[in-house]
Design a protein around this ligand. Structure first.
Ligand SMILES: NC(=O)N[C@@H](O)C(=O)O
Ligand code: NI
Length: 168
């Protein structure tokens, strides 16, 4: 079994663009509403649901905390909908994604996300299930419900991608 170390980079809209959206106020389109008493950070993520009976689900995921070394042995994707994770307790977390390479994930990319940053995985984008850090953490999750199979998993058979350091 080959072990490949993954570098962890800070999450920015630019680096994450091939995989989806970053949900944060930084750099967002700001609109003053409610007679100037509220700042609306507008249109941050594309929620995409498709297939029979598709509907948008709003959930809370309470994820156990992981600490390095973190081994990435699989990735998953949701062919029928996007999936957004918004941290509710202002704690950092880890996101691991990959571009598709003829039906399987390419080399993963790892990003350290701030507690003020959410992510929205585009529909059918390879990603690792939730990786909370420091403490068990709650996330608001917006994803797809409805008929059909919305989960495809891929287990790497000859390589483990290892995250040893979170410091960027
Ligand atoms: N299975 C499930 O709802 N969670 C995963 O999709 C995930 O990305 O955490
Ligand atoms: Ni998922």
């Amino acid at each position: 079994m080959t072990i490949v170390l993954l570098e962890v980079r800070p999450l920015t809209r630019a680096v994450f663009a091939p995989f989806g959206d970053v949900i944060e106020t930084e750099g967002a389109q700001l609109r003053l509403i409610n007679n100037g008493t509220t700042e609306r950070y507008h249109d941050l993520a594309k929620v995409d649901v498709t297939g029979e009976g598709a509907r948008v689900l709003v959930n809370i995921f309470r994820g156990q905390a992981f600490e390095p070394p973190i081994d990435i042995v699989m990735l998953e994707r949701h062919p029928l909908g996007s999936q957004a994770f918004i941290p509710l307790q202002n704690r950092p977390y880890l996101v691991v994604v990959a571009e598709d390479a003829r039906g399987r994930p390419g080399k993963p990319a790892a990003f350290l996300c701030g507690g003020n940053q959410g992510v929205n995985y585009g529909r059918d984008v390879w990603h690792h299930p939730l990786i909370s850090l420091e403490e068990r953490s709650d996330f608001l999750v917006v994803d797809r419900g409805g008929e059909g199979n919305n989960l495809e998993e891929f287990f790497f058979d000859d390589v483990v991608y290892r995250i040893e350091k979170l410091a960027v």
